[in-house]
Design a binder for this molecule. Structure first.
Ligand code: BGO
Length: 276
């Protein structure tokens, strides 16, 4: 059996360093179809399974604002990798986890890789991976890609998780009232517009339609009915949140992240020296 793992993260999170550590020298470099964005693939080393690691362009979100974001999300939606390895610069954890809250909506297993733990430890900060797993619903591991610390454990974790097909429990990112509006919208789409993006993961489809994501709307025939349903739902969200839809959704994601990180963070006096 051949497995595919997508490496996804913000620019400067250490993606290239980690890609090289995980694959060694067996590398295939090409371009993503139709665009001049580089595509790198390599086989994961020191594993009993046949696993190809695909390096996606560094991105901050799955919004359709740049070619890198479009390439990444089209790959994640259309090619359905077996696992996402989401590299997170743990010294800048809240900003990096913003992308994670969007990856969670894709119905694909995820491992959260907290990189730059040497920098975090130096500041006397300890991060609790179990607490993060409880909040986000997928496992986390701490590494330092530059110092090659935690790489063997990560390969073991990839080997174990790449075979898992069970559905992950989706944590509630949005307040109950907003979640209810999203669920009602989703039921409406399934009933009234069953052909609209029916192959997309439910959570991703609802949020992107409500955000009026240009890429997503460009892929469907927009009936007046559908646009009215979208506009009605947008109004409800604006009324509940008191903000425009885009700001409200981004704000709820950040609130969820801030709370999760607060629960997982401890200030420790001594340097534990695990990642130095
Ligand atoms: C330079 N710890 C620390 N401290 N640094 C790390 C770690 C880690 O665990 N992992 C990566 N880095 P990329 P993207 C650099 O290049 O892999 C560093 O964009 C420098 N270069 O070494 O390129 C890594 O692919 C001069 O740093 O990330 C690199 O995601 C001075 O993070 C940077 C200081 O890593 C980005 C750093 C000439």
């Amino acid at each position: 059996m051949k497995y595919t793992v997508a490496l996804v993260g913000n620019p400067n999170s250490g993606k290239t360093t980690l890609f090289n550590s995980l694959t060694g020298s067996n590398l295939y470099v090409g371009n993503w179809p139709g665009v001049t964005v580089e595509k790198k693939e390599g086989d994961v080393k020191n594993t009993t399974e046949n696993i190809t690691l695909v390096d996606l362009p560094g991105i901050y979100s799955l919004a359709p604002y740049s070619m890198d974001e479009i390439v990444s999300r089209n790959y994640l939606l259309d090619d359905s990798p077996d696992l996402i390895v989401n590299i997170i610069d743990a010294s800048n954890i809240e900003r990096n986890l913003y992308l994670s809250t969007q990856l969670m909506e894709l119905d694909c297993p995820i491992i959260g890789v907290l990189n730059m733990m040497d920098v975090v430890e130096k500041k006397g900060i300890s991060l609790d991976t179990e607490s993060l797993e409880k909040s986000f619903g997928f496992p986390f591991i701490k590494i330092s890609a530059q110092r090659e610390t935690g790489i063997d454990e990560l390969i073991q974790m990839i080997t174990k998780n790449v075979k898992k097909k069970e559905k992950r429990q989706m944590p509630r990112i949005f307040p109950l009232e907003i979640t209810t509006v999203l669920q009602e919208f989703d039921a409406l789409i399934q009933k009234q517009h069953p052909d609209v993006l029916s192959n997309y993961p439910m959570a991703f489809r609802s949020v992107k339609l409500i955000e009026k994501d240009e890429e997503v709307l460009g892929k469907i025939s927009k009936s007046t009915d559908l646009l009215e349903d979208i506009n009605r739902t947008r109004k409800k969200i604006e009324t509940i949140s008191g903000h425009d839809v885009d700001s409200a959704i981004a704000d709820y994601r950040y609130r969820f992240i801030t709370k999760s990180v607060k629960n997982a963070t401890k200030i420790v006096r001594e340097n534990t020296d695990h990642f130095q």
